[in-house]
Design a protein around this ligand. Structure first.
Ligand SMILES: [Ca+2]
Ligand SMILES: [Ca+2]
Ligand SMILES: [Ca+2]
Length: 345
């Protein structure tokens, strides 16, 4: 069947692959520099390196040097409270103007900020969770990590970042608190843990990659997050290491991430892809090979069409559809099986 296909000039797209996820434990004051194998978004793209920081000031200086004017800070301190000594929930998009979303669930009610070191929830918490920057700090009161994703300045388009760091408060057990970085395909780029410290200690952990390869950063915030407020910390006779955070520092979303919402083979012989983050000159990729593609003039960043790509769709056969922007940024794949859709387009 393949040999019957017309000979259409096409460009081979080489999808990159990260190595197996790795785990790194570091000790204070050690600056670790490592290398990840290449993610050749294009064959000319160099490998991404990362650098681990335990000093917030050093992290900020390095990020400013690498990518000037792309750093944002969130210290939670400007959030208004109706009453003193209280804890309240904030929306995941509270800091969308700083191009970060604090949860992948847009209606999460588990993101808490406190102007009382969380002592209003449980009296003995206050001594465990002193702020780093007075007077407000942050906690995910749910099981699992707190998930950060990045957007462009339009506040909508998913984007890649190269750096994230946070102040962790009251880490007292190994391997309970830290940062997990993943790329746009959901592959883990690295997992970094904060070492145990004294009761109430604030510690910074941040990682800068040599280029924007990070689609999501998970903050691991101790144990028993779902029971926050109900369990004592390990230093108060409990069994769980309860941990909160304060300042976040990160690179805003700087590279738009093409993201597919739907794929359809139209009756006019065009393969249509809808989504967001499609740059001018984006190409539809079928099973790893990109094809001549047209951005829809009325919504160029959200709709693509390709007659050439449609020629590579075979009836009832699954193909992997992706979109690649001219800068080499590749979307996550969507499996598509042909079924001609009636359409006016
Ligand atoms: Ca603060
Ligand atoms: Ca403690
Ligand atoms: Ca603790």
């Amino acid at each position: 069947m393949k040999s019957d296909l017309p000979c259409i000039p096409r460009r081979r797209f080489v999808a990159g692959r990260w190595p197996r996820p790795f785990t790194m434990i570091f000790s204070l004051a050690i600056l670790a520099i490592g290398m990840l194998s290449s993610v050749p978004a294009s064959t000319a793209t160099p490998p991404a390196f990362f650098t681990v920081f335990t000093s917030k000031a050093a992290f900020e200086a390095a990020l400013d040097a690498q990518a000037p004017n792309t750093r944002f800070n969130v210290n939670w301190d400007g959030i208004g409270f109706a009453s003193p000594n209280s804890t309240k929930a904030i929306a995941p998009n509270t800091f969308v103007a700083r191009q970060i979303l604090l949860d992948t669930n847009s209606v999460s009610a588990d993101l808490l900020v406190s102007n009382d070191n969380f002592g209003d929830l449980r009296a003995n918490y206050a001594a465990n969770f002193p702020t780093f920057s007075p007077k407000v700090n942050f906690k995910l009161s749910a099981a699992g990590p707190q998930k950060n994703v990045f957007v462009l300045a339009d506040r909508v388009t998913p984007a890649l970042s190269s750096a994230f760091g946070a102040i962790f408060t009251d880490v007292e057990k190994s391997n309970t608190s830290g940062l997990v970085f993943t790329d746009q395909f959901g592959k883990e780029l690295g997992r970094f843990f904060v070492p145990p410290g004294a009761n109430g200690l604030n510690q910074f952990l941040g990682v800068i990659f040599s280029r924007p390869v990070v689609a999501r950063v998970d903050v691991l915030m101790g144990e028993r997050g779902a029971d926050f407020g109900d369990v004592d910390d390990v230093s108060d006779g409990g069994t769980a290491d309860v941990v909160v955070t304060d300042d976040f520092v990160f690179q805003r979303g700087v590279v738009k991430l093409p993201t597919i919402k739907s794929v359809a083979l139209r009756s006019n012989g065009v393969l249509g892809v809808t989504g967001i983050g499609f740059a001018d000159g984006a190409r539809i990729v079928i099973n790893g090979t990109s094809h001549d593609t047209v951005n829809n003039p009325t919504a160029p960043d959200r709709r693509l069409g390709s007659i050439e790509a449609a020629a590579f769709i075979q009836p009832e056969r699954n193909v992997l559809v992706q979109v690649v922007n001219p800068d080499g940024t590749l979307s996550k794949g969507v499996l598509f099986s042909s079924k001609v859709e009636q359409s006016d387009e």
